[in-house]
Design a binder for this molecule. Structure first.
Ligand code: ADP
Ligand code: ADP
Length: 233
């Protein structure tokens, strides 16, 4: 479960002054559900994503994962809690010189997990994303959709309870998009993940999301079930 409350963030504008980018974002994503965050370019989606993945520090407000307020933490405590959030980006950002297996193993190696447990965990993750047979392939030898599924497996290596998918299907062809969305739904159900799907693709929202929040000019202007929101003119 992730709870975002009254999140504010501003940037300094080039040439002085300040731009308020997030103006009090409040969002709940229960465990075992997918919430899509949609909105036009410049609305603040990426900034929200960066705050959630702890790449940016909000000015005020809170982000709680399973009750822990991440915005209050720093140093070692923050590093520990940030494992609760897995992130996949548009380009899966896999290391080109490492195989699918090695890419997924990386976060576990950094953490000092013993090799036997790494082997087990990577095997499970490859299985979960349906790519056990591609373990020894390099990213360039995989399709875009397969790379994204490896990116998802890597994001899940440290067993997060929240998965942030930032334009994770943008740039994929329809088949690959369908496979990735299907995988997200499967992970939602299997692991009870809270999934935040940041996207500009309404078709993806329709097919995968349980709820949708529309962000415009730094504020959530409406949120609710997918059917009601998409039914509006
Ligand atoms: P979206 O992802 O919805 O397109 P962003 O979060 O990327 O929106 O951007 C929202 C606003 O914040 C934009 O007006 C953008 O110019 C501004 N912005 C984003 N990052 C920075 C930055 N590092 N410095 C200054 N302004 C920024
Ligand atoms: P489900 O709720 O089971 O995911 P979908 O309508 O999302 O149902 O898709 C069912 C299957 O049909 C998907 O696994 C996908 O392979 C295929 N499919 C549906 N729409 C498309 C599309 N636009 N492009 C490619 N494949 C599609």
């Amino acid at each position: 479960m992730i709870e975002i409350d009254n999140l504010h963030k501003h940037y300094r504008a080039p040439g002085g002054g300040e731009v308020a980018v997030l103006k009090g974002i409040t969002l709940r994503v229960p465990a075992g559900s997918i919430t899509a965050v949609v909105g036009p370019s410049g609305a603040g989606k990426s900034t929200l994503a960066k705050c959630i993945s702890l790449l940016e520090k909000p000015d005020s407000g809170s982000i709680r994962v399973n009750g822990n307020d991440l915005s209050l933490l720093s140093g070692e405590a923050l590093r520990r809690e940030r494992r609760a959030i897995g992130t996949v980006f548009q380009s899966s950002a896999l290391l080109q010189r490492k195989t699918a297996w090695q890419n997924i193993a990386l976060p576990l190696e950094y953490l000092g997990v013993v090799p036997r447990d790494i082997n087990k965990r990577v095997a499970t993750l490859l299985e979960a994303v349906g790519l056990a047979h591609k373990a020894d392939f390099y990213p360039t030898q995989l399709s875009g959709g397969q790379r994204q599924r490896i990116g998802i497996a890597r994001a899940l290596a440290l067993q997060p309870s929240v998965l942030l998918a930032d334009e994770a299907t943008s740039g994929l062809d329809p088949d690959a998009t369908a496979t990735v969305l299907q995988l997200l739904k499967q992970l939602r159900d299997e692991f009870g993940l809270s999934i935040i799907l940041i996207t500009h693709e309404m078709d993806a929202v329709r097919r995968a999301a349980d709820a949708v929040a529309e962000i415009r000019d730094g504020q959530i202007i409406q949120q609710g079930g997918v059917a009601e929101l998409l039914a509006q003119p």
